[in-house]
Design a protein around this ligand. Structure first.
Ligand code: FES
Length: 129
């Protein structure tokens, strides 16, 4: 069911606190929708920025999920790898209204990688003489 630009994906109770459910997207990336123990709901593309592990199968603690493959910690709020690890997975804006979870429709169809303002890497191509 669609309301304006928000996509209604069902009642918040369908996700046990501290777990995630996946949402397949036709023509797009599978999305993992997380519910934290304190009731926050977050959505990320279901691919770890390390080697694309299924984040939905990770362990949720606080607002972090630990990837089931190699234990990277990923922020559910920003999609960024924490600690010494570097990488970022696209996040999908969410809201909970009247006990139902909504995802921003345009982000579901085309999740965006957040800007990396700290990234100053420049790839220079030298011309062969
Ligand atoms: S694939 Fe997630 S930590 Fe390696």
């Amino acid at each position: 069911m669609m309301i304006g630009k928000w996509l209604d994906i069902g009642p918040v109770e369908q996700i046990e606190p501290g777990t995630a459910r996946t949402l397949p997207v036709r023509g797009g990336e599978e999305i993992a929708v997380f519910r934290t123990m304190n009731g926050e709901v977050h959505a990320l593309v279901n691919k770890c920025p390390h080697k694309q592990g299924p984040l939905s199968q990770g362990i949720v603690h606080g607002t972090v999920v630990t990837c089931p493959l190699h234990n990277w910690n990923i922020s559910l709020r920003t999609g960024k790898a924490l600690g010494d690890d570097v990488g970022c997975v696209p996040t999908i804006p969410t809201k909970v209204d009247a006990g139902r979870i909504f995802l921003l429709r345009e982000a579901v169809l085309a999740p965006q990688v957040p800007e990396e303002p700290d990234s100053a890497d420049v790839v220079r191509q030298e011309k062969a003489a």
